[in-house]
Design a protein around this ligand. Structure first.
Ligand SMILES: [Zn+2]
Length: 135
């Protein structure tokens, strides 16, 4: 339960204190994140394209509730399909930024708790270390 609370607050998956998105909220760049957790040093952007998986999370957490709303309005309340689509679009717009950020946070939590990713993180850190030595 605390994990869900921390995900909702976009906190770092390791220390659970630091909020990973920059403040204040910027409409032009709503996904502005810190590169590292300022509390525990966790790398929040371990590789290019790391957050592509967040798209799948976004789809997973929005598709079912929106489908339930649409089907409920059309089948139970006998609304027209266009009215139901309008409500679904409105709900999507209202929760757009929240879903965008929470999807990234969930992805970070999933990857942070994945033992296979632990090996990958070590490999990436070794590569970064060797690159710095070359420079
Ligand atoms: Zn942290």
């Amino acid at each position: 339960m605390k994990t869900l609370f921390d995900i909702n607050k976009n906190r770092c998956p390791r220390c659970r204190k630091f909020v990973i998105f920059k403040k204040p909220f910027d409409l032009v760049d709503p996904l502005a994140m810190y590169d590292y957790c300022e509390d525990c040093g966790l790398n929040l952007n371990p590789e290019v394209g790391f957050y592509w998986g967040a798209m799948v999370i976004s789809y997973m957490i929005t598709s079912v509730p929106l489908l339930v709303i649409a089907l409920g309005l059309t089948l139970y309340y006998q609304w027209s399909v266009w009215a139901a689509i309008g409500v679904v679009l409105l709900v999507s717009v209202l929760f757009y930024f929240k879903v965008l950020r929470v999807s990234r946070t969930i992805w970070l939590y999933v990857m942070w708790n994945n033992p296979e990713f632990e090996q990958e993180k070590n490999t990436i850190e070794k590569l970064n270390d060797s690159r710095q030595k070359e420079l």
